[in-house]
Design a protein around this ligand. Structure first.
Ligand SMILES: [Zn+2]
Length: 367
């Protein structure tokens, strides 16, 4: 049985150029960096997004959708993140030179609202890679690569910060191909002072899932992730519940007294005992941060896109990195507008998760 369904987006110059691949040398794993948006959200978005970006298959916890035929090019792995002293872009996978987009298939893993991978998403992605490895005669251990391996983009971030998880993933794909039954996401040791599995104290917490991320400070950002806990493991002490952006986290301590932050969603954690909630920080929109030091001059509403507008790191839609998305109809604080490059409508300078970002002028309406 196929592990994904085909639902192709129309050929267009931005997301499905209709060019033929020159072969399939490697399979590239990505993450969407777009918490809470599933596979079909991304299919709809890329069906008319005016960004030179896409991937072949999107996987979430309930389905996998192939949006670009597997013999065509998707723009997923030829970005420039770093250059060497001669000015050449970093290219870490020799077999994919000169342009990985013509020699590989891109698979995107969708994120839960708290920025984690659901265990079903990981398992479904394993199954998709089993099918692709069989179809193209590839070996999962050497032929599945991260976007990071090719260009040094921090993608998929949870498997860049924890390479062991990526190695475990490939091993599970290999085991499935050889017909062995596979135990789920084998436990990965947290990378920082070990949380305790004790549940004795009142106000303690246990993870309901494998690979649940915890953070060094109240944040949902990848850069603040310090480790993960597996199902049944947790923290012996919950200090308080705090509002972070539009959702809550628990401030917790491990058995050695070190402080971390972890989602307070009861979908992911079980809590024993009572927990005090700190007074919520001033209300902000879900896409702006109250801790931002950038001064806002107003707000825009996202318009004119099918599902979400892309936030770029600089005002140039041809060469920028995507740092996130803002959903159609939602609002975001702006710190100004700039002419930028390659867009006659210019760009809104927005405050995205406390940082400066840019949205194409036509996708924002001042309110
Ligand atoms: Zn990627």
């Amino acid at each position: 049985m196929p592990t994904y369904t085909n639902n192709y987006i129309p050929v267009n110059k931005y997301t499905r150029p209709g060019l033929k691949l020159n072969g399939v040398k490697k399979l590239v794993v990505h993450y969407t960096a777009n918490p809470g948006a599933g596979a079909d959200n991304h299919r709809r978005y890329f069906s008319n997004a005016q960004v030179y970006a896409s991937a072949h298959i999107f996987v979430d916890k309930t389905e996998a959708i192939c949006i670009i035929p597997l013999n065509e090019v998707a723009y997923h792995a030829n970005d420039i993140q770093q250059r060497d002293s001669a000015g050449n872009p970093y290219r870490g996978v020799a077999a994919l030179k000169p342009n990985a987009n013509f020699l590989s298939i891109g698979v995107e893993m969708c994120l839960e609202k708290d920025g984690s991978f659901h265990s079903d998403t990981v398992e479904r992605t394993e199954d998709v890679f089993v099918e692709l490895c069989n179809k193209f005669g590839l070996d999962p251990i050497i032929d599945i690569v991260r976007h990071y391996d090719i260009t040094h983009k921090n993608c998929p971030a949870p498997w860049v910060s924890n390479g062991q998880k990526f190695a475990d993933f490939k091993n599970r794909v290999k085991a499935k191909m050889s017909g062995k039954s596979v135990s789920k996401a084998s436990p990965t040791k947290p990378t920082t002072p070990s949380p305790s599995s004790s549940s004795a104290a009142s106000g303690s917490l246990k993870s309901k899932v494998n690979g649940l991320r915890f953070y060094s400070k109240p944040s949902w950002e990848d850069k603040d992730v310090v480790g993960t806990v597996n199902k049944g493991i947790g923290f012996p002490t919950i200090v308080e519940k705090v509002k972070v952006g539009s959702a809550y986290q628990y401030k917790v301590k491990n058995s050695k007294g070190a402080t971390y932050y972890i989602t307070a969603s009861d979908k992911y954690v079980d809590v024993t005992g009572s927990v005090k909630t700190s007074s919520p920080s001033p209300k902000t929109t879900s896409t702006s941060s109250s801790s931002s030091s950038i001064k806002s001059v107003g707000k825009i509403k996202i318009v004119g896109v099918s599902s979400a507008a892309i936030v770029m790191d600089k005002p140039d839609r041809n060469s920028s990195k995507n740092i996130g998305t803002v959903k159609l109809g939602s609002t975001i604080l702006i710190s100004g507008s700039v002419k930028g490059k390659n867009n006659s409508k210019g760009y809104w300078e927005v405050i995205y998760r406390g940082k400066r970002g840019y949205i194409s002028g036509q996708f924002g309406s001042k309110i």
